[in-house]
Design a protein around this ligand. Structure first.
Ligand SMILES: *[C@@H]1O[C@H](CO)[C@@H](O)[C@H](O)[C@H]1NC(C)=O
Ligand SMILES: *[C@@H]1O[C@H](CO)[C@@H](O)[C@H](O)[C@H]1NC(C)=O
Ligand SMILES: *[C@@H]1O[C@H](CO)[C@@H](O)[C@H](O)[C@H]1NC(C)=O
Ligand SMILES: *[C@@H]1O[C@H](CO)[C@@H](O)[C@H](O)[C@H]1NC(C)=O
Ligand SMILES: *[C@@H]1O[C@H](CO)[C@@H](O)[C@H](O)[C@H]1NC(C)=O
Ligand SMILES: *[C@@H]1O[C@H](CO)[C@@H](O)[C@H](O)[C@H]1NC(C)=O
Ligand SMILES: *[C@@H]1O[C@H](CO)[C@@H](O)[C@H](O)[C@H]1NC(C)=O
Ligand SMILES: *[C@@H]1O[C@H](CO)[C@@H](O)[C@H](O)[C@H]1NC(C)=O
Length: 843
């Protein structure tokens, strides 16, 4: 076992600087090399350098002056002045780097879809104040996490291959909190289509493995058995093959053989792109020492990360036998016999010295070592076995990650994101998409400047002395949060309140982080929301939430009791809401069912909170994320609106909208906001309309498991409302308990909220008043004809409503509201397009 551990090399391909030296000397001496494959897409970048660098016949282009692939607000070009890199001065790719202090994207335009290599070269050194040895960062390819919280310790090259299906490949670098990211060289290069084909086998249990073509792969090991290092200049695809001696568990059991000139590639099957001749022409074999009774395995050990599946490619080429069908042996992965009685020449039509390979996919690994063995089979006439090459590739997990679970930083919507949005729109007529896109592009062009100025200037919350490390890297402004310092609560007090963030006290989890129940020193029960420090987005939301909540106090808004920003923490402390979210009382939990009157009262409370936000202060505030999960209920089921992280201050007096990147939750998003990226209070009204239908129907707003026409609640409920048959889809638990008039009023109100155009939607004040009315219709004995003109009813409403109506200067008259036309959805409805676009997504 000791030997195993001793020989375990890290699971990464670590390129020893001296190996690079060899490589470069080789290049100096032999200026030529053969490359059988001509990649369509080829980007080789020498990051942070002012001079191009040629390795073999590959030129890594300097990006000091031009960084046309790069979207980053701030980056630092680092040049180690040669002396600081020892002893590998010749590893010239490692001499320079680009340092990032904030999330950054490289965007490569891809001419031909399919698998592409992504190679990342890292070498840490110190440049001015930036010590790359302390860097920690995550890297993403499109949505796939390639590296999570990675800190390169030595010169290393990380190699991935991903199938790019869209027109652009976006690689995102995201520094961990208060850290930095860097890159020394970057390659994005086409891979031949047939290199990774969909014909791998599972062996435990045995069967075919489908879907290899969509997997992102990370090269964990690429080994030339019984041969020397094959560097990138000797490989048609620029790969590096390392010798196997460091992986052999018992070197004395193995010997090697070499006959490179004998290798003849077959027609079809393995080619020089599969592995070069120098790999197939050497092998490691059993060291039987002419003893016909030898019975042992030759075993190689590799470090792997548990929790992933691995693709194992075994390369064979029989340069050992003197005649066909001489050799029969067993091949094992771990303790599984994956190729019993394997007879290499039988796989190559009886030809010797002919390359052949097999692909296997492991089960999910549950330990951190993986071994490959070859050994005699009972059918062997003479005990011998060999292996010529081996590749081990890590496969992405179901969370589309090859590493931890880092969160892809969110960038503002831009033209580059259109590909993704279009990707969601399967089934929508192309023309309609184009309309949406044109709107989008038009708006973006106008707003790009604005968006840029708002984006990715890291904002470090003033957290006292604990930020010294971070502020060194922060080129952004330090923004002090909340002028009212009395809100700040010491971290120790919160540790105490939550029993040091005891998981048993966790009451929820959201995009921002976890929520714990806690009790402060004075006995106040609180909800403690602890932000995930890795989320840069979270920081902005944290700040917004404090700013908003410290400005507003209202019975129907959740109160902020305090916050904590010590030690990079982002913690918000709220009044504790005994009954959780409205959503939790509608479906998916075993909370007791709410009656119709209770539901109406909750809607009214939430509407009051929103109405206050929209009108109650000098500057109107748009919530932007109105949904049932953000409406909380106290011990008396009184509703309070929560989660102001996305809030935006509303239009100034002379403006009618706020331009901003689309945020919010799918299923609740205002189609007009999506279309025009203009935010008004009416966007909240739309979302609230969706909440109303959710309250009535007690089902999720997006439920992909339902038949197509039912997936989107807003769309589906509107269809029934228009037919006047809303009663068909109300929560069965309310069946027979809603008075028809109350339901009618409620349905009309929701319908008006969902009007396609903001101008046609009622104000929150109108909604509130209509809901009050629906409650009256439910409770009181109404003497009038149900078809009465609504204005006649005012006299019968409770004093509370009448009073409200008097003080509410912003709301239109009831009659005005009743007249607004919303039924003219002639032709194509944008909301329908939108609901198609978002159908498969959820937040
Ligand atoms: C490398 O050399 C080969 C043949 O000499 C040539 O076909 C190929 O285009 C070259 N590659 C690059 C990137 O210049
Ligand atoms: C980094 O490389 C140096 C020299 O090659 C070696 O001594 C050291 O152990 C390496 N460190 C790690 C963490 O691999
Ligand atoms: C890439 O993935 C698509 C499916 O998403 C598949 O049709 C295609 O064959 C794949 N290409 C390669 C080279 O694996
Ligand atoms: C092959 O084996 C011999 C001794 O058996 C050893 O000296 C040599 O280094 C080996 N070559 C490789 C490439 O492993
Ligand atoms: C690499 O390629 C060069 C030139 O083609 C050749 O001379 C050299 O022997 C090759 N090295 C290996 C390890 O095959
Ligand atoms: C070779 O390894 C396999 C798997 O660990 C094991 O089942 C088998 O008994 C071994 N054979 C010998 C001869 O040790
Ligand atoms: C692999 O690791 C597991 C524990 O993680 C250990 O029990 C086992 O012995 C190791 N196998 C080898 C071959 O070292
Ligand atoms: C890897 O990610 C793809 C999507 O990119 C997904 O379809 C596939 O299921 C993932 N692989 C596994 C093993 O979950």
């Amino acid at each position: 076992m000791k030997a195993f551990i001793r020989h375990m090399i890290s699971s990464n391909i670590r390129v020893n600087p001296s190996a690079f030296l060899t490589t470069f000397l080789l290049i100096l001496n032999l200026a030529c090399c053969q490359r059988g494959f001509d990649p369509i897409d080829r980007y080789y970048i020498n990051c942070g350098s002012s001079t191009d660098l040629t390795v073999g016949n590959i030129t890594y282009v300097a990006d000091r002056s031009s960084s046309r692939f790069l979207t980053t607000p701030q980056d630092i070009l680092a040049d180690s002045n040669l002396n600081s890199i020892t002893p590998s001065e010749d590893s010239r790719l490692f001499r320079t780097a680009r340092i990032f202090t904030g999330p950054t994207r490289y965007t490569f335009s891809i001419q031909q879809g399919g698998r592409h290599w992504i190679r990342l070269h890292f070498y840490p050194f110190t440049y001015q104040n930036y010590d790359m040895n302390s860097a920690s960062f995550s890297v993403f390819s499109q949505q796939t996490t390639l590296l999570s919280e990675f800190s390169p310790r030595n010169a290393s090259v990380k190699e991935y291959s991903v199938n790019v299906t869209s027109g652009d490949l976006v690689i995102t670098f995201s520094p961990s909190t208060n850290s930095l990211a860097y890159i020394n060289a970057l390659e994005v290069v086409s891979v031949p289509d047939d290199l990774i084909a969909d014909d791998a086998s599972l062996f435990n249990p045995p069967g075919p493995f489908n879907g290899l073509v969509t997997q992102a792969l990370e090269t964990v090991a690429r080994v030339n058995m019984g041969g020397p290092l094959v560097s990138l200049v000797n490989d048609t695809l620029g790969r590096t093959w390392v010798p196997d001696s460091n992986f052999l568990l018992q070197q004395n059991l193995a010997t090697n053989e070499s006959n490179v000139p004998a290798v003849h590639y077959p027609q079809g099957g393995a080619s020089s792109n599969t592995a070069p001749q120098t790999v197939y022409g050497t092998c490691t074999k059993m060291n039987s020492g002419n003893d016909p009774n030898s019975n042992f395995n030759v075993t190689w050990g590799f470090n792997v990360d548990p929790g992933f599946q691995y693709l194992i490619r075994l390369h064979f080429c029989d340069i050992v036998s003197t005649a066909a069908n001489q050799l029969v042996f067993n091949v094992y992965i771990g303790s599984s016999l994956v190729a019993p009685d394997f007879e290499p020449s039988s796989r190559t039509s009886g030809h010797l010295a002919t390359p052949y390979f097999m692909d296997f996919v492991t089960p999910l690994m549950d330990q951190n070592n993986l071994s490959i063995s070859i050994g005699p089979s009972p059918r062997s006439s003479y005990p011998d076995a060999f292996l010529n090459g081996l590749e081990i590739m890590k496969m992405n997990n179901s969370r589309d990650s090859l590493a931890g679970s880092s969160v892809l930083p969110r960038f503002p919507a831009s033209k580059k994101n259109l590909g993704m949005i279009v990707g969601l729109s399967v089934g929508v007529p192309v023309a309609l998409i184009l309309i949406v896109l044109l709107f989008f592009i038009h708006k973006r062009r106008k707003q790009r400047l604005l968006a840029h100025s708002k984006t990715w200037v890291p904002i470090y919350v003033n957290g006292g002395a604990s930020h010294t490390q971070g502020s060194k890297y922060s080129t952004g402004t330090n923004v002090s949060v909340g002028s009212n310092m009395s809100y700040r609560i010491p971290f120790v007090a919160l540790q105490e309140a939550t029993n040091n963030f005891d998981e048993n006290l966790a009451i929820g989890i959201g995009g921002f982080g976890k929520v714990y129940k806690g009790v402060l020193h004075d006995g106040t029960v609180v909800a403690v929301k602890r932000g995930n420090p890795k989320s840069q987005q979270g920081l902005a939301e944290f700040r917004t939430e404090i700013e908003m909540l410290s400005q507003f106090r209202h019975r129907h808004l959740v109160s902020l009791i305090g916050y904590c920003d010590e030690k990079n923490e982002m913690i918000l402390v709220y009044e504790y809401m005994e009954n959780g979210t409205l959503k939790g009382h509608l479906y998916g939990s075993d909370n007791p069912c709410l009656g119709w009157k209770e539901r109406l009262e909750i809607c009214i409370g939430a509407a009051r909170g929103l109405h206050y936000l929209h009108t109650g202060d000098s500057k109107p505030v748009i919530h932007r994320d109105v949904k049932s999960a953000n409406i909380l209920l106290d011990e008396n089921l009184m509703a309070k609106v929560a989660d102001f992280g996305l809030s935006k201050t509303g239009p100034e007096v002379d403006q009618t909208h706020v331009s901003t990147a689309v945020k919010g939750s799918f299923g609740y998003l205002d189609p007009e906001y999506f279309r025009r990226q203009q935010l008004t209070e009416k966007s909240d009204v739309y979302s609230f309309g969706v909440v109303l239908f959710e309250v009535l129907c007690a089902r999720p707003v997006i439920d992909p498991s339902l038949p197509r026409e039912m997936v989107n609640l807003a769309e589906w409920a509107m269809r029934w409302q228009k037919k006047g048959q809303l009663d068909q889809i109300t929560d069965p638990k309310l069946s027979g308990k809603i008075k028809p008039d109350s339901l009618r009023k409620f349905g009309e109100t929701a319908e008006k909220c969902l009007a396609d155009f903001g101008v046609d939607r009622p104000s929150m004040g109108d909604v509130l008043w209509n809901l009050e009315y629906a409650l009256q219709l439910q409770e009181a004995v109404v003497h009038n004809d149900p078809e009465e003109n609504s204005t006649n009813v005012i006299g019968q409403l409770s004093p509370q409503v009448a009073e409200f109506n008097n003080v509410d200067h912003t709301s239109n008259s009831v009659a005005g509201f009743e007249e607004s036309s919303v039924d003219d959805l002639s032709g194509v409805s944008m909301s329908r397009v939108f609901s198609q676009l978002v159908k498969s997504e959820g937040r």
